[in-house]
Design a protein around this ligand. Structure first.
Ligand code: SF4
Ligand SMILES: [Zn+2]
Length: 275
């Protein structure tokens, strides 16, 4: 497999994977979405909550806050260095290798709450780890009004998207590299206009491909041209797009996915040797 960076913009990275097949590309996608671990809030202890929202709603919102994750310092409980030899998962309470305690406290008469008109934002979550903090500081958690107060302790743990999507590090999708052949077209302007991905341009009344990479293989142009346009997605070259939610970069996700694949193959080898 050959890999080439096509585009990197904000949280979205687009790669060209060449000389491969749909199985390998889909395996990479599944590993990232389901298995690459991240930190997310799992347990919340309410010390006080006199806001209008029930504890359950606040806990649910906290669970969905995206936390920057440091894969060097944190591991899944099943791979935690704090676990005992006979344990399948680490059961150590407050284990710093797979979890982190966060705190949130806000009162209606705090200067900060007065400035934010009562909105309590994710940026108010206190973390002892400088790396692990909310990726989107202005995520609203709750609004407190006069004489209301909220105080919680929240435990973030490492988890995987296959257990809960809140742990999934991003959205990953792919398509076969598009090939576009244009025949004798009479309605160039109309076709250029109808393409949802703006793949075509019209020069001297003729329809031309401006950027085939943008094609989403919807085939609307094929229908509108009475099959004078041919569209084909490659079965060997693929455009893979990784949209990170922010916990990890696309590079971190890919490297971790390969690590996971390696350990799965090692495990498979062990199983075969036992036969
Ligand atoms: S298949 Fe769809 S996206 Fe691709 S060129 Fe045709 S209309 Fe545009
Ligand atoms: Zn642990």
């Amino acid at each position: 497999m050959k890999i080439e960076l096509l585009n990197k913009e904000n949280e979205t990275t687009t790669l060209l994977l060449k000389e491969t097949n749909p199985t390998e590309v889909n395996m990479l996608r599944r590993l990232i979405v389901d298995e690459v671990p991240t930190l997310a809030i799992e347990d919340v202890t309410f010390i006080d909550n006199s806001s209008a929202l029930y504890d359950e709603i606040v806990a649910h919102r906290l669970g969905l806050i995206i936390l920057k994750t440091d894969l060097e310092s944190y591991n899944l409980p099943s791979e935690c260095k704090g676990k005992k030899k006979d344990e399948e998962v680490c059961t150590k309470e407050n284990c710093p290798h797979h979890s982190l305690l966060l705190k949130l406290e806000a009162k209606s008469d705090d200067k900060r709450q007065k400035e934010s008109k009562g909105y309590v934002y994710a940026e108010e979550i206190e973390s002892k780890d400088k790396v692990v903090k909310p990726v989107h500081p202005k995520t609203p958690i709750v609004k407190i009004i006069k004489k209301q107060r909220i105080e919680v302790e929240a435990r973030a743990v490492m988890g995987q998207g296959k257990d809960h999507m809140k742990f999934s590090p991003g959205l990953v999708h792919y398509k076969g590299y598009p090939t576009i052949k244009i025949g004798d077209i009479k309605n160039a302007d109309a076709i250029s206009e109808l393409c949802p991905a703006k793949v075509f341009k019209v020069a001297n009344g003729k329809l031309k491909v401006d950027d085939e990479k943008k094609c989403i293989l919807c085939k609307a142009c094929v229908e509108a041209s009475d099959d004078k346009i041919e569209i084909k997605g490659s079965n060997e070259d693929f455009i893979l797009t990784i949209e990170s939610w922010g916990q990890l970069t696309a590079k971190e996700m890919l490297l971790k996915a390969l690590d996971i694949m390696d350990s799965k193959l090692d495990e498979f080898e062990k199983q075969i040797k036992k036969l």
